[in-house]
Design a protein around this ligand. Structure first.
Ligand SMILES: [Cu+2]
Length: 504
């Protein structure tokens, strides 16, 4: 695998380069931003392919005029690799799974598996580990009650709907996994995942994974105290209901859309994490009443398996996007603010930049084969549009992107559901996951105005009257009175066709 060096002078010639493993790392965020200003897209597979011969001409040593700075000039080897890529027919490839050596003295890389594929012996050990952590005292720092309480009540450290969402949860899962491994005999246990594209595994429907009875009041120590969660037993939907909800909330479509994003994006800007966060929120809302309530969601044991899958999906995207190293990851920011990479992840001591290259691995990543269906491995870049100088088209098969924009979530008391209606009939819905009192949550206040994106075939929208409804489950009944839009910031609805390159 290749990691972009500080200077390209040390590049070896790669005989069979691919876009994801090699070529995509050659364009620095500054290069991408600089050329984007001139209408040349270097941050995507399609953009680099379209401009390949021009890039070759401008980067040719020793008289290259691009990149403009001397330090960034391509070596003869890099230039030859780029030429090899053109000659090979622009292969996209799949970036290799990173092999990160474990820290000195540490155990081998942790391999996390699909919970349904654990052997009976492995599953028995996992059960022992969960029982062990759950049996610890409510005040033990490595006990289940304390660990789950870091997410919602009473600590509410969790970060959602912002850049640090995926990094924070990666560290959190590791801390939980460390606790499982501290149970005697369980030192090799790793946290498995529930692949949400498959039904809720039977293994998660029996003790100790089916529910958790809170042994103490998680709201007693907050100010003012929150009294509604004690006594409390976590509640989950049936496996059949979950499957239906996942479909109704378009969770798998949102995951698929997240995977083809070429940029990381910022929250509320199209990019990987925007769709990843939406898929996450909708997955929470699909899984259970408890999973839909931020204050207590982490107490439901399914939370850990669900989030392990979210982390697996993130690593899948990182791998597809050649973003498993910090340098590679930075190219996916394409000039956006990166100060968050050094921001804290309380209560943990690590920072987001330290979570990018991880020694966690998974038995399976979601890597659609680049060969299958030709362009299946291509990524889309929605932050821009297509140059007018190129040809483009609207195809009747292209989906429409509908954005419900400007929802003031701070006035909404808890997680809520936004339903899109056509001629008064619901055609799509999205779940938004947040605390019951978002005004008191600092990160919620910083991102108080939010957008929700829907994608759907044009024929579901054309010639129909669109409207939006907001419901707050647990308040005035699930299908009860809608939340007044005037109190939710009077959101607007924007629809646009996704413009495609004209096919030759
Ligand atoms: Cu979550």
């Amino acid at each position: 695998m290749s990691t972009p060096p500080a200077s390209p002078n040390g590049d070896p010639i790669v005989a069979a380069p691919t876009y994801l493993a090699d070529i995509s790392t050659y364009f620095r965020p500054d290069d991408i931003a600089h050329m984007a200003a001139k209408g040349i897209e270097l941050g995507t597979y399609d953009g680099v392919k379209q401009n390949a011969f021009s890039i070759l001409a401008h980067t040719s040593p020793p008289n290259a005029d691009m990149p403009p700075d001397a330090a960034g000039k391509w070596s003869a080897n890099r230039w030859q690799t780029f030429k090899n890529w053109i000659l090979a027919g622009y292969p996209i490839g799949t970036a290799p799974t990173p092999v990160v050596p474990p820290p000195a003295g540490a155990a081998a890389t942790r391999l996390r598996k699909d919970v349904t594929t654990l052997t009976d012996a492995e599953f028995a050990l996992l059960t022992t580990a969960f029982n062990g952590v759950m049996a610890r005292d409510t005040t033990a720092p490595d006990g289940y009650f304390t660990l789950a309480g870091q997410h919602g009540l009473p600590k509410a450290w969790c970060l959602h709907h912002e850049d640090r969402f995926n990094p924070w949860h990666r560290v959190y899962l590791r801390e939980f996994e460390d606790a499982l491994r501290s149970v005697p005999g369980c030192q090799d246990v790793t946290l498995p995942y529930w692949d949400i594209s498959t039904p809720l595994p039977d293994r998660l429907q029996h003790p100790p994974f089916d529910q958790y009875v809170l042994p103490a009041d998680p709201g007693a120590t907050v100010h003012p105290p929150v009294t509604k969660f004690f006594p409390y037993t976590t509640k989950r939907y049936s496996a059949a209901e979950i499957t239906q909800n996942i479909q109704d909330y378009s969770v798998l479509e949102e995951i698929a859309t997240s995977m083809v994003q070429s940029l990381w994006g910022a929250y509320n800007t199209n990019g990987y994490q925007d769709f990843s966060i939406q898929a996450h929120d909708n997955g929470h809302g699909s899984t259970g009443e408890t999973m839909g309530i931020q204050e207590v969601s982490a107490f439901d044991p399914v939370f850990w398996f669900f989030h392990c899958n979210i982390d697996r999906l993130w690593l899948s995207w990182q791998t597809r996007a050649a973003a498993t190293t910090l340098d590679g990851f930075r190219t996916r920011l394409a000039g956006q603010d990166d100060t968050w990479l050094k921001a804290p992840l309380p209560p943990f001591t690590s920072t987001p930049d330290q979570t990018i290259a991880t020694d966690i691995s998974y038995d399976r990543l979601d890597l659609p084969s680049a060969m299958e269906g030709g362009m299946a491995g291509a990524m889309e870049n929605l932050t821009g549009s297509i140059d007018a100088a190129r040809t483009f088209s609207f195809r009747s098969s292209d989906p429409v992107s509908v954005r419900v924009k400007g929802i003031n979530r701070l006035n909404i008391p808890g997680s809520f559901i936004v339903t899109l209606l056509a001629d008064g009939e619901p055609i799509a819905k999205r779940f938004f996951f947040q605390p019951n009192d978002p005004q008191r949550c600092e990160t919620c206040r910083q991102h108080g105005i939010i957008n929700l994106d829907f994608r759907m075939p044009q024929d579901r929208l054309v010639d129909r009257t669109l409207s939006v409804r907001i419901d707050v489950p647990g308040h005035s009944g699930e299908i009860g009175t809608a939340f007044p839009l005037s109190q939710a910031g009077n959101p607007t609805v924007n629809a646009r066709l996704l413009v495609g390159e004209a096919q030759p």
